[in-house]
Design a protein around this ligand. Sequence first.
Ligand code: ADP
Ligand code: MG
Length: 321
Amino acid sequence: MNEFDIIRRYFARQPVTREDVHLGIGDDAAVVEVPADHELVISSDLLIGGVHFPADTHPAAIGHKALAVNLSDMAAMGATPSWMMLNLSLPEINIAWMEGFTTGLFGLAQKYDVQLIGGDTTRGPLTIGIQIHGWVARGQALTRSGARVGDRIYATGTLGDAALGLAQHYGRLAVDPEHVGALQRRLERPTPRIAIGQALRGIASACIDISDGLAADLGHVLEASGVGARVTLERLPLSPAYESLHAQVGWDPALSGGDDYELCFTVPAAQQKLFAQRLHDFDCSVTPIGEIEAQPGLRLIDTRGQEYHPQRVGFDHFAEL
Ligand code: ADP
Ligand code: MG
């Protein structure tokens, strides 16, 4: 099987066919149509075997995650995802791996109606680069820079589960068998918060997806917006699995673990009513965790009202939990 056989067999045949794709895989480039009065939103993420995922991860989980992390960026922008490019470097042609990978990739692509419109395939260390495209109505993209003093800060879902799952996977953390599956699912199969991102258009003043830990990513919002914030640790949304380990691991996995792929966003007082109404449509929990303040920097407040400092801020590929 050569490069062209792979493209024909695994990528040219795919589940999603969109009417706005005028030319997809098979020519020198793709041709697509952006709806009138909308802006194109583009992002890419690179996943390297042994760096971004354990080398023995199931290929379907790799396919899922490679797309999920890109969809998460679309969610953070409030964009509607539509197309993707796949740049793939493979050490060898392994049919079982390709079948698994495309099952995971296209399973998620189908769910969000994202069509694969092109890419490149080469031999080399296992590397998956996806570029995702989507669109928003002109001027409606959610950005990091709009948070203002008095806005309330929210987080979707639960935080820190993927970091705990990774620590468990590498044998650095003993987890009750009852919770292992939940943590591994959160690590391998993150859920992009697309519907929530779209519902936040016209409501949230700023938004980011949490990929490097809440402290670092909220920090990016604060910096871009020229403000500070206060977050109450007890309000951080934790899963039952995390709660069972909390006495042992403390707050740091929720604050500075990687790979959550939840959204962190701010809502001004004037939008609270509309926001509360829209909350009903959301498919996951949304938790208020703090407020935007004028004083620069992020203040994490513990149970005794004292300021808490995590051991590290931001996901570090070389750090031990
Ligand atoms: P070129 O030599 O012009 O770069 P290629 O032979 O690399 O063309 O690719 C042929 C077609 O297959 C193109 O439409 C390209 O976008 C598509 N393609 C190649 N690799 C992938 C991939 N991994 N996923 C999706 N489409 C791919
Ligand atoms: Mg090429």
